[in-house]
Ligand binder design. Structure first.
Ligand SMILES: Cc1cc2nc3c(=O)[nH]c(=O)nc-3n(C[C@H](O)[C@H](O)[C@H](O)COP(=O)(O)OP(=O)(O)OC[C@H]3O[C@@H](n4cnc5c(N)ncnc54)[C@H](O)[C@@H]3O)c2cc1C
Length: 380
């Protein structure tokens, strides 16, 4: 029954062991506190940086691990399996924007500090009036001498509370229609006049992950913090970075599904009803068989996508397929697994209940699954 992802190798197995040990020893014991305070501890970032868990797929010359997406996948998988919500992926997503569109000076300035966890990254696109439809972005960045003057707000921003470097989607040309006139600028918000943070948003899951509103009221950002050679490239930049983000959400979805099946299999072997383990009921065996099969099919599709990404061939449509199908599948598997836990599955004390609530957002963020279907549909 064992299946080995073809992209795994000896070096990645060793790396996985290190990541798993770090999460178990450093992050797992803090989970109750993270959930209660609605954010990770601030020093979790420098700890993760020192352990080599940040920016693993960024070149060493910029302080990164010099690896590739497989290293990031290992981290996302291990966090998912442990049920730990720590925004190292968002850190990597922002780093990829800087790598792709930053000048040499920008890369040297920001990436090494991000790799050490001294800077905590967030990527801020969503606004109260602009989620799926980024045409609605109203946060403005108007040139004023050697600065952009930024006004507006963002919502649902992962790592928002700790963020000390933000990739901010703004309108630099308010007169440009729709998706034109959008740019991405880098904001270092610490101790900046006009910047403020909302209280953590009360979500149904992922309680240990900070998700915040950000407010900009006349925040001055140096002109040199624009990403890309010219203004107005923001939408194109976002579209070309989103497949990476979507693939990584799919990685998390498959790892979460596999972990749910593993823990439910154990549970139905131990829990007894009608004088025998739950697994002796044919319905239980059939449900577990269905979930195990869904996980295997999902894993093989995911591995193919990772392989394509490693070869530089993952297109936006296939990334959308992976994001939509694997997260839909995850929610189905999680629901079946919760059902087999009975009332205990509805108790937040049980990991399956938390996984069920935590995973629901996978169908919404990084582009709602309906938007993914539009992308796929348009490609036909
Ligand atoms: C926990 C969490 C973390 C997040 N982290 C970040 C972050 O770090 N940075 C960031 O910028 N954003 C983040 N988001 C925001 C997230 O990306 C948006 O919530 C998402 O893009 C959907 O936007 P919306 O909430 O405005 O929903 P809307 O755009 O209002 O859409 C609502 C629903 O309408 C349907 N719909 C929308 N468009 C279409 C369509 N074209 N066709 C058919 N149906 C459609 C979908 O069912 C969708 O779920 C996060 C959200 C959550 C909940």
């Amino acid at each position: 029954m064992t299946y080995q992802s073809p992209w795994m190798n000896d070096e990645l197995h060793m790396f996985r062991k290190t990541v798993r040990r770090f999460i178990q020893e450093e992050f797992l014991p803090c989970q109750a506190r993270w959930r209660q305070q609605r954010r990770p501890d601030a020093d979790a970032w420098t700890q993760a940086g020192a352990a080599g868990l940040l920016l693993t797929d960024v070149p060493e010359e910029y302080g990164g691990g010099g690896g590739n997406i497989a290293h990031e996948a290992v981290i996302v998988e291990e966090l998912a399996r442990a049920g730990v919500h720590f925004g190292s992926l968002n850190q990597s997503i922002l780093a990829h924007y800087i790598l792709a569109y930053g000048t040499e000076e920008q890369k040297q300035n920001w990436l090494p500090r991000m790799a050490r966890g001294e800077l905590v990254g967030a990527i801020a696109m969503t606004e109260p009036g602009a989620g799926s439809d980024l045409q609605g972005i109203k946060t403005s960045a108007v040139r004023h001498d050697d600065c952009f003057m930024v006004n507006g707000s963002k919502t649902f921003i992962t790592n928002g509370a700790h963020a000390s470097i933000i990739g901010l989607a703004v309108k630099t040309d308010m007169s440009a229609p729709g998706l034109k006139g959008i740019s991405v600028i880098i904001v270092e918000p610490r101790d900046v006049v006009g910047y403020s943070l909302g209280a953590p948003l009360e979500k149904i899951g992922m309680h240990g992950q900070d998700t915040c509103e950000l407010f900009f009221d006349g925040v001055r950002v140096p002109i040199g913090n624009l990403l890309g050679p010219a203004e107005g490239n923001g939408f194109r930049q976002m579209m070309s970075q989103l497949p990476y983000e979507r693939l990584m959400v799919a990685v998390s979805a498959v790892a979460t599904s596999e972990e749910a099946v593993r823990m439910t299999t154990k549970y139905v072997k131990e829990r007894r009803a009608f004088g025998a383990p739950l697994l002796d009921l044919q319905n239980t065996r059939f449900k577990m068989a269905e979930c195990q099969t869904a996980c295997r099919i999902g894993r093989i599709f995911l591995d193919d996508c990772i392989d394509s990404f490693l070869k530089g061939r993952l297109d936006a449509t296939t990334a959308a397929m992976a994001k939509y199908w694997l997260t839909d599948c995850e929610c189905h598997v999680l629901d079946e697994c919760l059902q087999l836990h009975g009332g205990y599955g509805y108790s937040i004390e049980y990991p399956i209940a938390r996984m069920w609530a935590d995973s629901r957002v996978h169908r919404i963020y990084a582009g709602a699954n309906e938007v993914m279907k539009e992308i796929i549909g348009c490609s036909l």
